[in-house]
Design a protein around this ligand. Structure first.
Ligand code: C5P
Length: 234
């Protein structure tokens, strides 16, 4: 079930669809991530449109609210027929359980549900001084991942460098979805803790989320195929 997910970080549906048009000749349509920017600008119709084109979808809305609100919102999202969605583990085990309940359809099927542990933009120093979490980053991430597992979730979003540790703590079946991927010869942009597709596979990522190395490439289809080759085949 390993795969490359393209982060479709575009501000308008027209840009996103023009980008996906480039993949119309591909034998299998890439798995795509729709984030807050695109979802809030275009609404559920962009999800339906991209799904109708044959793509699998990770709807990255990172829900974090009281359990009742998250349960009802997940029920709405599950009707959109996405393949993966997520919540913040900081919402507690009860909130994650409620998310899972809301997402599960009457026939028992549901999209994969993963949790964000600590955002990679949060430094350990700020986590301690602003969030008042008196634990190191690794320990916090491990605990949040264990909470997600206790709640019955399928896995977490984490740095590829943390995937091995998460698997050790939560089991090999627990999914690691990892952004922060760069080719050995591409720019880091604003990402700090990065690694290559091949190294991410070695450490244990199940899904790599790749944005700019594909979306900003001169030939996005070639960049996607290179990513798939490095992550899945080499
Ligand atoms: O362009 P780039 O490959 O850096 O895009 C990575 C994608 O993964 C973006 O959509 C970004 O918001 C997302 N992401 C991340 N780090 C996290 C969680 C999500 O980079 N911890």
């Amino acid at each position: 079930m390993k795969d490359v997910i393209i982060a479709c970080d575009f501000g308008s549906p027209a840009e996103a669809l023009a980008f996906l048009d480039k993949f119309s000749g591909c034998s299998s349509k890439p798995f795509v991530k729709i984030g807050m920017e695109l979802y809030y600008s275009a609404g559920p119709s962009i999800v339906r449109e991209i799904k109708a084109r044959g793509h699998r979808i990770f709807l990255d809305l990172k829900l974090h609210d009281i359990p009742n609100t998250v349960r009802k919102t997940m029920k709405v999202l599950s009707a959109l027929d996405v393949d993966m969605t997520n919540v913040h583990a900081a919402g507690t085990v009860d909130m994650m359980k409620a998310a899972l309940e809301g997402l599960t359809r009457e026939d028992g099927t549901r999209p994969l549900l993963i949790a964000v542990t600590q955002l990679t933009s949060t430094s350990e120093e700020r986590m301690r001084s602003e969030l008042l979490i008196d634990c190191d980053m690794q320990g916090t991430i491990a605990k949040y991942a264990e909470n997600a597992k206790i709640a019955g979730l399928d896995g977490v979003v984490c740095s590829p460098l943390e995937a091995g540790m998460i698997k050790e703590r939560c089991g090999s079946e627990f999914i690691a979805v990892t952004p922060g991927i760069r080719f050995a010869d591409s720019a880091a942009d604003d990402q700090v803790r990065i690694t290559t597709p091949a190294r991410a596979r070695e450490i244990g990522s199940d899904f790599i989320v790749v944005g700019r190395p594909i979306t900003a490439a001169a030939d996005p289809v070639a960049a996607y195929e290179r990513c798939v080759k490095e992550f899945l085949e080499d």
